[in-house]
Design a protein around this ligand. Structure first.
Ligand SMILES: [Ca+2]
Length: 105
């Protein structure tokens, strides 16, 4: 568990659980063409910060964006928020909703 995201190009990062870090995800100016999907970002002080928008970030779970009060509405119940999750430098256009609620019930 951690935020070991080093400068990387053309990698796929998937299926990670990143929790209680000061910075969950960081990608510097030399990180591009990466794909981040199906990761879980849980209670990190700063969930994500990227310097370049040239990365594909989609389908991740963000603990501070999984309920209507946080701006995540899932009106069509497909498990994804209708609005994108926005963070410094980018966004996740298909953020997952209510993952923890579903896991706990
Ligand atoms: Ca939806």
């Amino acid at each position: 568990m951690g935020s070991a995201f080093l400068p990387a190009i053309d990698n796929t990062v998937a299926g990670n659980w990143i929790e209680n870090m000061r910075l969950g995800l960081y990608m510097d100016l030399y990180s591009e063409l990466n794909t981040l999907m199906n990761n879980n970002f849980v209670n990190n002080s700063v969930q994500a910060k990227i310097e370049l928008a040239e990365n594909a970030i989609m389908g991740n779970y963000w603990s501070d964006f999984d309920s209507p009060v946080e701006g995540c509405f899932d009106m069509d119940s497909n498990g994804m928020c209708e609005a994108p999750y926005e963070f410094y430098g980018g966004e996740d256009a298909s953020a997952k909703s209510h993952l923890l609620l579903r896991l706990q019930t």
